[in-house]
Design a protein around this ligand. Sequence first.
Ligand code: NAG
Ligand code: NAG
Ligand code: NAG
Ligand code: NAG
Ligand code: ZN
Length: 483
Amino acid sequence: MLLPVALLCLALTAPALGVPVAVERPQKPRQKLLLVSFDGFRWDYDRDVDTPHLDAMAKDGVKAQYVTPPYLTITSPSHFTLLTGLYIENHGVIHNMWFNTTSMEKKAYYPTQFQNDWWDNGSLPIWITAQRQGLKAGSLHFPGTAASYQGEVAMVREVEPRFYNYGNETYWQRNIDTVMGWFGDQDLDFVSLYFGEPDGVGHKFGPDTPQRRAMVRQVDRAVGYMRAAAERRGLSGHLNVVITADHGMSALFRASEIKQIVLSKIPGFSFKDLSFHLVDYGPSGMLLPKPGMLDKVYGALKGAHPHLHVYKREEMPARMRFSNNGRILPIVLWADAGYLINGYLPVQTNKGEHGFDNHNMDMKPFFRAVGPAFRRNLEVGPFETVNIYPLMCHILGIRPEVNDGHLNATKHMLVSASEDKPGGMSTVKMAFTGLAAVVGLLAVVFIVRVSVHVHKRRNEDRVSNSSTHSDGFDEETAKSTSF
Ligand SMILES: *[C@@H]1O[C@H](CO)[C@@H](O)[C@H](O)[C@H]1NC(C)=O
Ligand SMILES: *[C@@H]1O[C@H](CO)[C@@H](O)[C@H](O)[C@H]1NC(C)=O
Ligand SMILES: *[C@@H]1O[C@H](CO)[C@@H](O)[C@H](O)[C@H]1NC(C)=O
Ligand SMILES: *[C@@H]1O[C@H](CO)[C@@H](O)[C@H](O)[C@H]1NC(C)=O
Ligand SMILES: [Zn+2]
């Protein structure tokens, strides 16, 4: 009579104990995630080119109308936002170029990749967080890969050589094969993979050119190659792929068509009043006036050109989130779409640029996702790229660091829109399950014990009138049961 009760109790607690109740279900492998960036892939680049593989991916997964990158819309800062979920003012990688305002030194994009103190400014990229929680992470060419963070690096990584052809399709396929090998042979859980195009052609030829369209076809072939490679290796059942970019691209006006912004020609402005400046870098700039010169410099520049925006760091529009960091210089400049900020002379020769206001539609990147965590054939509205980080942590089943994103900006894309973690159990859930298991086991033990006890007592009663007493059985069982 008590046995059925004990069995019922066991059945109720069995899921918590991990005991199969009815049918044996195979253990689902932890979900993997590949984050891919195609530098400078603007949200609408698929509109004037046939992109069969991107279309197939959208059909099998999720496509966002566009995403909003952080300001400043340039490569290293925006990629570090993808890896941390933080706005640029909060992660500190405020520019592609490392600089020292005392020594006047500047480093270009590539050498800055190796400048640890520039990248490791108090925020951890997702590789490190994943690894600290028992996962395996890798990165190939993704900005930030070469640096170490609190002495740690992605456990598998490849940094491109100094002079690398970022557009070579043969390299792209080799890199995809490398990454699929990391997932397959080395069982990595998370990899970030970077491609330097279509940014290169966007700069050189402009975004509305046959060269850019040809490169988008190459991106499309790479996406097809990637998905086929995952399929071939039997990874597609548990591999999620998120594809996005750091910023878009905007066509520049021809110099002869417009009144260009040349700082040295602005009345009342003099480079002699500055102790350091970062200009001739597309449409953005930062100035450090000499002591006491801030208001003079600001006053000369403010309103000096109808397409030049001039702000004191502290007065930057709050929505741009580019103010609250000591690395940002006291005066921030940016130009409207189509314009550049030149120092002494117009020396910049690109046909396309980024670095503009992140509200400008030309700066918006694309976003696609496919895999077991994602719903199929779903088009969603725009969201900020800070939200990609919590989404990735959720899929991987890891606890995110403090960040500026929200899972609720993206969770409607997921198969399980509930609080269920596709990648693994949350700490709370794990603790609860463990507790339920202990309570369940204790209940079973108690019932069995009581049952045995009662049975025994009945027998003893039959033999004699003496009674038994508690021997601490339950307590011992509880102590020896560790989860
Ligand atoms: C910047 O340069 C100055 C002068 O050379 C030097 O004292 C300082 O340590 C440098 N700072 C950094 C962060 O490299
Ligand atoms: C971040 O960098 C600034 C200088 O650029 C430095 O003063 C600060 O201590 C750094 N913070 C951390 C946590 O590394
Ligand atoms: C790409 O790299 C391969 C291997 O090094 C080389 O044979 C090929 O010519 C390159 N293609 C282009 C377009 O540069
Ligand atoms: C997320 O959800 C909370 C509570 O439902 C809501 O207050 C907040 O506005 C949401 N945030 C976003 C970014 O949707
Ligand atoms: Zn870029």
